[in-house]
Design a protein around this ligand. Structure first.
Ligand code: IMP
Length: 215
């Protein structure tokens, strides 16, 4: 595995919710991390059909534009009763005609489809969040780290914290949704202690252990 000797990295995301979480998760490792937006980079089109492909598109675009290693997260929600949808199209389900995103609309769409499947009990409403972190270098080399969090899709949504589908997702073994948790609780992890809870924190834990020899 290629290592990161120089702790300077571009965070290849334009999603504010994700950027805040990545900033939290990367902070203990002493990186100088600047976002793609801070470099004035455009958001590349996510044309892949897997989380890995889309993560690579984002990380490699930022790495080749800046000459620095770049880290991206591609993530999404996979609902068992919906055959794994929305999956890589999780963000698209929030898209409105004017191109803006509304995650209340996306959660309602998910709920409507679950209703159509008569998925009313917690057992019928299982799903998982997936996060794939990709670290890519300007020469095209890349390393990947995947994290998953199992849970139940609840209705109505609960909580105003977090972002995206958080108010609808109650992680396994917990009574509250991600939307009702503080960022710290949702991560569930600090390097050197605890088992991560969220998909993103789990992917980060793998990144920290495998690439940085920490956490
Ligand atoms: P993408 O990775 O930019 O394609 O977008 C993934 C989408 O998945 C986001 O826009 C969110 O709607 C959703 N998502 C990913 N991670 C989370 C999370 O931690 N909480 C809630 N929604 C998430």
């Amino acid at each position: 595995m290629r290592t990161l000797d120089d702790r300077k990295i571009v965070v290849a995301s334009h999603n504010k919710g994700k950027l805040a979480e990545i900033a939290d998760l990367i902070a203990p490792f002493g990186f100088e991390a600047k976002s793609a937006a801070e470099y004035g980079l455009p958001e590349p089109e996510e044309t892949g059909t897997t989380f890995e492909e889309n993560a690579y598109i984002k990380a490699h675009a930022a790495a080749s534009a800046t000459g620095l290693p770049a880290l991206s997260d591609d993530s999404g929600l996979m609902v068992d009763a919906l055959g794994g949808d929305p999956g890589v199209y999780t963000a698209n389900w929030a898209e409105l005609a004017d191109g803006t995103r509304d995650f209340q609309v996306a959660m309602e769409r998910t709920q409507k489809l679950l209703d159509q499947k008569s998925a009313h009990t917690p057992q019928d409403r299982q799903g998982k969040f997936v996060s794939v972190i990709c670290v890519a270098w300007p020469d095209g080399h890349a390393e990947y780290f995947r994290g998953e969090a199992q849970g139940t899709l609840v209705w109505p949504p609960r909580g105003t914290r977090g972002f995206g589908y958080d108010p609808m997702f109650q992680p396994a073994g917990h009574e509250r949704t991600f939307g009702e948790m503080s960022a710290e609780e949702k991560h569930g992890w600090k390097p050197g202690q605890d088992e991560a809870l969220s998909h993103r924190a789990r992917a980060f834990q793998a990144f920290a252990r495998e690439m940085l020899g920490a956490g």
